[in-house]
Ligand binder design. Structure first.
Ligand code: HEC
Length: 244
């Protein structure tokens, strides 16, 4: 779900990614169907040109049947259809939490300490950027008030305007390390770093503990996924070293 790649770029979680207003750290993609086209083609990731992807899927009868089942017999299984289908799957990867139960009116869904943490989170200004259903997912300015302690690692400074995609805080206890270059491993340190880089304030240990207590309530119920048996390739399936 979260990985640290050799380029020192932290992978965003796919859970709840359907709620993000922008995809990728520099927000270069507007939605999941567009986003899914990137990693498939990117050299360090899957390095597969669209034509190769289309030939592979169309060479395997079980995949063709599944596409017909989903979209009707006349479906054209092209790159756009394949990658937008991945995006449809990603939309089920949502993780409702006790925080949602609370927002939906169940006052007892959060403990007293978690509610106190939520108050500190709002009072200190975190919700200015970590807001909406994902508590993140929009483009926001970075290093608003101070320099990020590990800014030099990885060399990423945001999009051309210095804006960075705000990560979701859902399931945040499960997605260490933190920040675009994964340089901070403790959630407490990440919260305090936000105080100095984004808000120009010192978050005390006590405040950080309270915020962390609230953030733990964002751990969500994960959907049960049954992994499919993948169909066999055929003699028509392009081999991995095919040149197109
Ligand atoms: C001005 C907008 C803004 C404010 C205010 C803000 N954040 Fe952030 N937050 C961001 C952005 C943008 C990032 C990603 C920075 C990066 O890695 O380059 C981030 C990253 C984080 C991360 C690391 C997430 C991860 O998956 O790597 C945590 C945790 C976090 N913020 C919590 C908070 C808390 C708690 C507060 C309040 C004390 C806060 N933020 C205030 C915009 C903001």
């Amino acid at each position: 779900m979260v990985g640290l790649q050799t380029l020192h770029t932290l992978t965003h979680p796919v859970y709840n990614s359907a709620f993000f207003k922008a995809q990728f750290w520099d927000g270069r993609s507007p939605h999941l169907a567009d986003q899914a086209q990137g990693p498939v083609q990117a050299g360090p990731e899957m390095a597969a040109p669209p034509k190769l992807v289309e030939e592979r899927i169309n060479s395997i009868p079980e995949y063709v049947e599944e596409f017909k089942f989903a979209y009707g017999d006349k479906v054209k299984i092209n790159f756009e259809k394949i990658t937008s289908t991945i995006a449809i799957f990603e939309k089920v990867l949502v993780t409702p939490s006790r925080f949602d139960d609370f927002v939906n009116g169940n006052d007892n869904a959060l403990s007293k300490a978690e509610k106190e943490g939520l108050d500190v989170f709002i009072d200190r200004g975190c919700a200015a950027c970590h807001n909406g259903i994902a508590l993140g997912g929009t483009m926001q300015p970075f290093q608003v008030a101070g320099k990020y302690k590990f800014a030099s690692l990885g060399g990423f400074a945001g999009d051309k305007n210095g804006m960075v995609k705000t990560p979701t805080l859902r399931n945040i206890t499960e997605t260490a390390p933190y920040f675009h270059n994964g340089a901070i491993w403790s959630l407490k340190d990440a919260i305090k770093e936000m105080g100095s880089t984004q808000l120009g304030i010192t978050i005390t240990d006590a405040e950080s503990d309270k915020i962390e207590t609230f953030l733990k309530a964002l751990k969500g119920r994960k959907p049960a996924i049954t992994y499919p048996q993948l169909p066999e390739s055929t003699l028509k399936t392009p081999k991995p070293d095919s040149k197109i």
